[in-house]
Ligand binder design. Sequence first.
Ligand code: HEC
Length: 332
Amino acid sequence: MRRRLPHFAAFCLIAVLYLAGAFEFIEYQLFDVRFRTLERPAQSDLVIVAIDPKCISEIGVWPWPRELHADLVDDLIGAGTRQIALDIDFSSRSNTIADARLAGGFEIEEEHFTARSPNLTPDVETGIGAWNDQELITAIREGLRPYGSLIIGPPMPFSQYRGMSDRDVRAIIAYLRSVPEISNRIAESEYRMPLPPAYGPPVGHVEDVSPDDQVAYGRYLAGPLAHCMECHTPMEKGRFDYGNRNCVGGFPIPPGGGASVLTGNITPDRETGVGGWSDDDIKKAITRGLRPDGSQIHPIMPYRFYTGMKSKDVNAIIAYLRSIPAVRNQVK
Ligand code: HEC
């Protein structure tokens, strides 16, 4: 017993020192060594994402909006990554859209419906793999399915998609057919309201809009393709009021949700809209989510999808926005 006493005393001393934090320094050193030995040439299939002060200040908010992580994962998977380790802080406020981006399915809960966005991958059983091009075109532009419950409900923006040219809708379909098949059965949406039998007469053929007419082309981009108008136009009796209040803002996104954000007035009104903004200011807002005063626009405004837009296309959208009636409407 006596011979063991020194061991016991040494053990107690170490335990006391450990509890007092005396070894923290050594632990940090060990962390360092571990990370240094982990360093290896970049590989395409394993990516460890660390977040440094530079990117925190570039994004401008911390914790990051949750969908940023979803985007990062999508981008990395797109680049062929198989394993991703993220330094994630999920303490940012959750909202349906951001969470859905991470969960894969998209559920939009509103008073009159619970809409679930379906699987659009080419999986035959659970996706659109069995649909032919014409069936897909009709579904995208007219909201009519070939099988099951025929009419597709809101919030699919058919009033805009009806104007999508044949060439563009076919390009979208070609893209959908190119994504990896994923088997993921999504439950049907539930509409606790009557849906119309159709959203209008058959669309038929839609010609391309020529980029030579900058305003008309910008209107086409801001409508059927980038649907700026839809988020930025309030509704009147369940319909977007493009006639009187096109792009005046104040529409909640997601509509009716508790954590929704109001869209801005993007008409040329100088005081309450973007009339006083330079082309470059508007461009920064569209492609980078920055206001002229440098403040960050909420990422629910999909500027991250617009980042890759060609200058010519952004300029056409700006020309279109400058052409619509200026409406005074102070949002917020
Ligand atoms: C999914 C809905 C949605 C779409 C689509 C959308 N926006 Fe927005 N946009 C918003 C929201 C919400 C805000 C306000 C966010 C905030 O207050 O931080 C906003 C803000 C803006 C602002 C800043 C306005 C201000 O006064 O601060 C501009 C400019 C803008 N959007 C232009 C566009 C253009 C142009 C398009 C199409 C290329 C577009 N938006 C598409 C939702 C959308």
